[in-house]
Design a protein around this ligand. Structure first.
Ligand SMILES: *Cc1c(COP(=O)(O)O)cnc(C)c1O
Length: 448
């Protein structure tokens, strides 16, 4: 059989609410054309993010009931630690309330003004936490990644030669760690090859610099390696993930992505002294080391999710479903970041709407039109989010894990194609009001 079906059936359902076009026009106006300001109950299909939006399994909900809410020494923590240790091999597993809390603790301990932290591409919270300590966050993606249309198997890779040059220029003493984001979220959800992780590790080790993985989507990355990199077809996703982690000295992780959890994260290291400093900070701001800002039930849900995410049937379906959305719109003329990534499809709005200049926000205009037309929420990743620093004008359709079925995806395909057929009528926007930072969350717009 060639048809790939959801490898699960539905036990509990959540109704969707339909709205009319007139109602949506009213919600848009009231929200200042910012989809973050629209109430979730007025959204039909919500592709704003894949973070914390997963559907948990029966086993996860059962684990929630097993949660041990003891302040210290909770069984839930030991269950999570056993699973995370077996997967990552790291000696210290420090739970946090989400990924950015792990980042804040890591960078507070490791970085200071004058330091430089290279990555393939830093995620925005990672960059912000590095810059908050006074250090500099530097992206070193492979040069081919700049072309949204280039179809590379591992377009998320780091430019290892550029890393070598950066170390030569800055000096190893100024680089407390090198990071690799797997998959490369800000770079289109593109995977990083094992060969690239090995190459980056070699460069970093030669200079005595530790390598950290931002491991949010480690399982999706492992699946791409199995499918695309020579020598891994017979490996299980878990074996591939174990090898990826074995090449690193530590990791940060958001359980809101590849652990099917609605909240949570952790920070790992093999360095005992560093772990001690990190734990001291953890107690100050997150909580006791056996819960780290989470309820015992959350720790249990993550422990189960970390095992479920590596199931080959799930990963095959997940990557196929994202690719299906990507191919069905791209092969009918909608320019996307090629090839489709793991967790999202990114429409190249600048290419799709060449009549709307960057300062009139083509990505935002497209997000508004897709909501107006079909009740679908997506997110602009371009000049609204990054201002003048934006490298592309993209619209991200992120796919929550195990939440939407194939017919929902077909609905999204149809909606995108209908919007594309009338794209010349789409007008740009101007900003009416904006806050001083992170303006995409609360800015208000006016249609032109
Ligand atoms: C989501 C994410 C983070 C931050 O995790 P939160 O749980 O949202 O704080 C860090 N890095 C990457 C690549 C992410 O996708």
């Amino acid at each position: 059989m060639r048809t790939i079906i959801e490898p699960f059936r539905i036990k509990s359902v959540e109704p969707l609410t339909y709205t009319s076009r007139e109602e949506r026009e009213g919600y848009l106006e009231a929200a200042g054309y910012n989809l973050f300001l629209i109430e979730a109950r007025h959204i039909l299909i919500d592709l704003l993010t894949d973070s914390g939006t997963s559907a948990m399994s029966t086993e996860q909900w059962a684990a929630v009931m097993r949660g041990d809410e003891s302040y210290a020494g909770s069984e839930s923590f030991f269950r999570l630690r056993r699973v995370a240790e077996a997967l990552t091999g790291f000696r210290h597993i420090i739970p946090t309330h989400q990924g950015r809390a792990a980042e804040r603790i890591l960078f507070t301990v490791l970085t200071k003004p004058g330091h430089v932290v290279p990555s393939n591409t830093h995620f925005d919270t990672t960059r912000a936490n590095i810059e908050f300590t006074g250090a500099r966050a530097v992206d070193l993606p492979i040069p081919e990644a700049a072309d949204t249309q280039a179809r590379l198997d591992f377009k998320g890779n780091m430019d290892a030669a550029a890393l070598e040059a950066l170390i030569a220029r800055e000096g190893a003493a100024k680089i407390p760690l090198v990071m690799l984001t797997i998959t490369n979220n800000s770079g289109g959800g593109q995977p990083v090859s094992m060969a690239n992780i090995e190459a980056v590790k070699r460069v970093a080790s030669r200079h005595g610099i530790p390598l950290y993985l931002d491991a949010c989507r480690f399982a999706e990355n492992a699946w791409f390696i199995r499918e695309r990199e020579a020598g891994y077809v017979d490996w299980t996703p878990k074996q591939i993930a174990q090898k990826m982690f074995s090449l690193a000295d530590g990791c940060t992780f958001s359980a809101k992505k590849d652990a099917f959890a609605n909240i949570g994260g952790f920070l790992c290291t093999n360095d005992d002294r560093l772990a001690q400093q990190e734990t001291n900070l953890l107690i100050l701001t997150e909580g006791f080391p056996t819960y780290g800002g989470l309820a015992g039930r959350d720790l249990d849900a993550i422990a189960v999710g970390l095992e479920e995410i590596l199931h080959p049937d799930y990963l095959r379906y997940r990557i196929a479903s994202t690719g299906y959305l990507g191919r069905h719109i791209a092969d009918r003329g909608v320019p996307i970041v090629e090839p489709p990534g793991g967790h999202a499809i990114y429409i190249d709005a600048a290419r799709m709407l060449p009549h709307i200049p960057a300062h009139q926000f083509p990505g935002q205009a497209l997000a508004v039109e897709l909501y107006r037309h079909a009740g679908i929420r997506s997110v602009e990743i371009g000049s609204v989010m990054f201002g003048a620093a934006a490298r592309h004008e993209l619209l991200r359709l992120a796919i929550p894990r195990r939440v939407y079925t194939q017919s929902h995806i077909d609905y999204v395909v149809e909606a995108v194609l209908e919007v594309n057929a009338r794209k010349r009528d789409i007008r740009g926007l101007e900003i009416a009001e904006e806050p001083p930072f992170l303006r995409h969350f609360s800015a208000r717009f006016r249609p032109l």
